[in-house]
Design a protein around this ligand. Structure first.
Ligand SMILES: Nc1ncnc2c1ncn2[C@@H]1O[C@H](COP(=O)(O)OP(=O)(O)OP(=O)(O)O)[C@@H](O)[C@H]1O
Ligand SMILES: [Mg+2]
Length: 268
């Protein structure tokens, strides 16, 4: 079977897994994106439940980060249909900035503002809300991001003096300060030591009990620990999605098996 045929069969399998009668926080149908004339994402469809953990995996260059940016409207030139909480994202009430507050995206590379740690935490809040935010709220989100212990005595230091791993956790705290309804995380623990990684995983699992979390990782053991739904992408295609335990025990697609065995995928 050639690769396109295999992909078509796989898409039929994963699309049928989106049950019409099930409540979803996000429904994506037929998303395609070209950048600079090159197809990057190809006819991607999946749904996320109203809460729970969802892990996006796939080889480097598969399109994972690009897909997260589309969900958050950082890329807007895509074709397809995307509803989040039953609302069409293209006509989101109060526009793309309001969508980005509701759907927090923690990017692969931390990007902080040239101000203090505390100011970075509240940066996304409006001016009025920033003045009203309590010290307890700042502490709470820094604790959720497994950073409080390291910064509690230096909240007024410049955020850019933090290590890369600390900056990554500060970005998580900044997203949580906005009380998002959904979280998208792009390799959130890639620069972290094992202890911080474990703390972030525990926080993500706690958050996933109340909201949908979509997390990109290259760490297969982490993907197994976090569980939930797995979405496997390769070369801009969604190859297979489903329950994490089933996926790791019995991947249906040859590309998935190869990826899990070798962590490489030859889709060309
Ligand atoms: N602005 C752009 N213009 C052209 N190509 C782009 C652009 N942004 C991303 N790409 C390409 O799109 C493909 C997917 O990139 P993306 O960053 O989404 O991959 P990824 O799955 O997140 O990879 P990694 O695991 O390495 O982070 C890559 O081939 C990349 O070079
Ligand atoms: Mg990426």
């Amino acid at each position: 079977m050639n690769i396109q045929k295999k992909i078509d069969v796989g898409l039929t399998i994963q699309q049928s897994a989106i049950k019409a009668d099930q409540a979803h926080s996000l429904k994506l149908s037929g998303l395609s994106l070209e950048l600079g004339g090159t197809p990057i994402l190809r006819d991607i469809s999946f749904a996320l439940p109203v809460h729970g953990m969802n892990i996006l995996i796939g080889p480097s260059g598969a399109g994972k980060s690009t897909l997260l940016r589309c969900l958050n409207l950082l890329h807007q030139s895509w074709q397809g249909d995307l509803h989040i909480m039953d609302k069409d994202v293209r006509t989101w009430p109060d526009g793309a900035d309001a969508l980005r507050r509701a759907v927090g995206l923690i990017a692969q590379k931390p990007s902080l503002f040239p101000c203090s740690i505390a100011q970075n935490v509240v940066f996304g809040l409006g001016r009025k809300a920033r003045k009203q935010v309590s010290d307890e709220h700042i502490e709470q989100v820094l604790r959720q991001a497994a950073l409080w212990g390291e910064v509690k005595d230096r909240l007024h230091d410049k955020a850019l003096t933090l290590s890369v791993g600390q900056q990554q956790r500060l970005c998580i705290a900044r997203a949580l300060a906005l009380a998002p309804k959904m979280l998208l995380l792009d390799e959130p623990t890639a620069s972290l030591d094992p202890r911080s990684k474990q703390c972030i995983e525990a926080s993500l699992l706690e958050l996933a009990a109340t909201m949908p979390v979509l997390c990109v990782t290259h760490d297969i053991e982490q993907a197994k620990r976090l569980g939930g739904q797995i979405i496997f992408m390769c070369d801009g295609h969604l190859i297979e999605s489903g329950d994490s335990v089933d996926f790791f025990a019995r991947p249906e697609r040859i590309e998935s098996r190869e990826f899990l065995r070798w962590s490489v995928c030859d889709c060309s």
